[in-house]
Design a protein around this ligand. Structure first.
Ligand code: CA
Length: 246
């Protein structure tokens, strides 16, 4: 990944959680690392804060009063202003259902409670590092880094994908997945390789996650998601982006 690391203090993290003790604990450990922290116990307020302040990452609990975290996640992803902010979802319910649903709704990572604060901080750091899009001064990527195939164009520098010139909203994971597929157009990429490159850190995540994200990506870029022309399934192996027609 290109770009220089920013100082921790340049990152703002929004915590959305109604358990005060947990907010205090998480805030303490993140602030100790130098991150700026905002917190709210309300899903509605979280949507406002995210839109106004553009935090670099959102820690989002599922169990919240009024609007639950899954709905908050859905709305964040549905709004252009907040669609690409990385989301780390928390849940007390150790159900696979929450994890799969959370990731389907566009969360980038998931932690089941209880968790160690050290692990949480490590996850946050890893997510921010992967999402860091700052380019070193004077070293902007050339326009030739853009990836174009048919109606789909991907511009890494702007973190932008267009279909026939119209901008579309992708989650950060969807963007990375598409970038990897397009950069390797014509080659089959295995689920394991995609997991490794897009979710490149150590925790239990199953290969279904790749399929879920591919499905969402198809809904966004394919003229007919049921008959994909860009992202081809190679049965039992993985996925292949159609050879470039640039
Ligand atoms: Ca809660």
């Amino acid at each position: 990944m290109k770009g220089e690391l920013k100082a921790s203090s340049e990152y703002t993290i929004l915590i959305v959680e109604d358990e005060e003790d947990l907010v205090r604990l998480i805030s303490f450990h993140l602030e100790k690392e130098g991150y700026r922290v905002m917190a709210t116990d309300s899903g509605y307020r979280a949507l406002e804060l995210a839109g106004e302040n553009q935090p670099n990452l959102i820690i989002l609990d599922i169990m919240l009063p009024e609007m639950d975290g899954l709905e908050v996640c859905r709305r964040l992803r549905g709004d252009d202003k907040t669609a690409s902010i990385p989301i780390l979802m928390l849940s007390a319910r150790k159900e696979e259902f929450d994890k799969v649903l959370g990731l389907e709704l566009g969360a980038d990572d998931y932690m089941g409670k209880p968790f160690g604060t050290r692990e949480l901080v490590a996850r946050v750091r890893a997510m921010l590092r992967r999402c860091d899009r700052v380019q070193p001064a004077g070293k902007a990527e050339s326009p030739d880094d853009s990836l174009i195939s048919g109606d789909v164009a991907l511009f890494p520098e702007q973190h932008l994908v267009t279909i026939r010139g119209e901008k579309i909203s992708l989650t950060h994971k969807e963007f990375l997945l598409l970038q990897l597929l397009m950069a390797n157009a014509g080659k089959v990429l295995t689920r394991d390789l995609l997991l490794d490159k897009v979710w490149n850190y150590e925790y239990e995540i199953d290969t279904r996650t790749v399929d879920v994200h591919i499905r969402y990506l198809r809904q966004k870029i394919e003229p007919d998601p049921a008959r994909p022309v860009y992202i081809e399934t190679v049965r039992g192996v993985g996925y292949r982006f159609k050879a470039s027609t640039r």
